[in-house]
Design a protein around this ligand. Structure first.
Ligand SMILES: *Cc1c(COP(=O)(O)O)cnc(C)c1O
Length: 369
């Protein structure tokens, strides 16, 4: 008999009866979208849970990126990381902005602040880093550079739900941050996302932009988009938020077991845990040193698959390798050696709330020689 497939992730779902009860309320109210009561409640509940002051819900995690660039009127060139999900760079392209790739720091996979300045030109207007895997960027160094050169900072924080550094939310850094609530993320609303901002005025402007730019019946403030979250997803999100701490704790348990076992495998490494960071355990990337491990990353990936253990090569290929971007000067492999190496060595292990001890053992067995 074939072994059960272990997927890289699996969404935490709310209790179906609870969700059905909420749907009955929505049906009774007749209000299904456009800033309804569930939408308002989810915004408030998320702001409180995350420890941020202002948050605006979106239909996914890509549109707040695109909208953030619009809202801040970013143009010209933006410095960003090639080591991310492709949506990060796509958001720049959708705004007619030229992405400028800068290499990453092998210690955390994030944009290397030490390499940003060399990439700044008179056309640079912003920096768009990613807290990849929820690893916090060096936000202080990035802000210092941004302040010095008069640049904006927009964080793609799609992986950083609930991540804190010294008890402070990482989402309060920079000018704006964005989240994704896609089914594959730590907190999901099926599809969904949010933008985090520092003041009420910005929130009001963003709320206009995500509703076609309408400020009132007769005023349109700019080329807005439609990215409003509906009442069903907001209700679903409220229920999922109730169990988020359990979800993260279940993930932590799996990650801890992986970490303990992997320490003994020659040629396999993972990121060090940082004592001042509250992680969300969204991903568990391992890095395969082919020579020391005695097998290439791709061979290990294939062997795991043959045992029905489905890891993912997040992030491979690099964004800078896709045909859309590889013509850019900054996409050249010689400019991005650390990102190249990480993309060629990484496998994200299955990590979600529903993995059993048996599942964890099977994942580890597939790696242990
Ligand atoms: C998931 C993700 C996005 C896109 O979010 P969607 O909700 O899928 O649109 C953007 N950036 C990063 C880094 C992501 O992982």
């Amino acid at each position: 008999m074939d072994k059960k497939i272990i997927t890289v992730t699996s969404p935490a779902l709310p209790n179906l009866d609870d969700f059905t009860a909420e749907l009955k309320n929505i049906w009774a109210s007749g209000r299904i979208t456009n800033n309804g009561s569930y939408h308002k409640r989810l915004e408030d509940a998320l702001a409180e849970y995350l420890g941020v002051r202002y948050l605006s819900l979106f239909t996914n995690g890509t549109l707040p990126l695109i909208t953030a660039l619009q809202a801040l009127r970013i143009s010209g060139e933006v410095i960003t990381t090639p080591y991310s999900f492709v949506a990060t760079t796509h958001a720049l392209r959708w705004n007619g902005i030229k992405p400028v790739f800068v290499d990453i720091d092998p210690a955390d996979g994030n944009l290397d602040p030490g390499k940003i300045e060399a990439a700044i030109t008179p056309k640079t207007t912003a920096i768009m880093p990613v807290h990849v895997y929820g690893n916090p960027c060096d936000t202080r160094k990035i802000q210092d550079i941004a302040d010095c050169y008069g640049l904006k900072v927009i964080y793609d924080a799609a992986h950083a739900f609930g991540v804190k550094v010294r008890s402070e939310s990482i989402l309060n850094e920079g000018d704006l941050s964005t989240l994704s609530f896609h089914a594959t993320k730590v907190f999901n609303t099926i599809e969904g996302g949010a933008m985090i901002m520092r003041d009420e005025k910005t929130k009001r402007h963003i709320d206009y932009l995500k509703n076609f730019g309408f400020a009132n019946e007769t005023t349109v403030v700019g080329p807005g988009i439609n990215s409003k979250m509906d009442e069903m997803r907001a209700a679903y999100g409220l229920l999922n938020l109730r169990q988020i701490d359990e979800t993260i704790e279940a993930r932590r348990r799996v990650a801890t077991k992986y970490r303990e076992a992997l320490i003994n495998i020659e040629g396999i490494t993972c990121f060090a845990e940082k004592p001042d960071v509250r992680c969300n355990y969204g991903y568990f990337p391992i890095f395969v040193d082919a020579e020391k491990y005695g097998m290439s990353r791709d061979d290990l990936y294939a062997r795991m698959k043959s045992e029905n253990v489905f890891g993912r090569r997040y992030f491979y290929p690099l964004i800078s390798e896709f045909s859309t971007y590889r013509g850019l000067e900054s996409a050249h492999a010689m400019n991005l050696p650390n990102a190249q190496k990480m993309a060629n060595e990484v496998i994200c292990l299955p990590l979600h709330h529903a993995l059993s001890d048996d599942d964890i053992a099977r994942v580890l067995n597939s790696i242990q020689k």
